[in-house]
Design a protein. Sequence first.
Length: 119
Amino acid sequence: MAGEPQADCLFCKIVEGKIPATVVRETATTLAFRDINPQAPTHVLVIPKAHYPDAASLAAAEPLVAADVLTEAALVAADEGLSERGHRLVFNTGAGAGQVVFHAHAHVIGGRGLQWPPG
Ligand code: AMP
Ligand code: ZN
């Protein structure tokens, strides 16, 4: 069923506590933890606890939870001192855009100069 935990999903396992993560924020609907392979001084992933393969399917099925992800991403950025300095919020969507974990997640990236357009 949509939103249910998937046995083969890495981020569902993190939500369930079966795989460790460095959690920085948690709400009833979301979890934020540090990326294991950080691309910047701040690199935090914000995920819905419910399983959806990408941001588009999350937004279509549970728009309020999608909003929670955005709210938490902003709070992560604030916690990391990046509200004024700036940060980047990225949802890679689809293998062609570099998505490798098919559980929706926002990357909160900052703490260094960021190029635009991205690669
Ligand atoms: P994406 O390419 O958008 O699917 O991003 C997946 C991200 O998950 C990558 O930046 C990985 O470094 C990160 N990642 C993979 N495994 C873990 C893990 N066990 N804990 C934290 N981050 C992870
Ligand atoms: Zn999942």
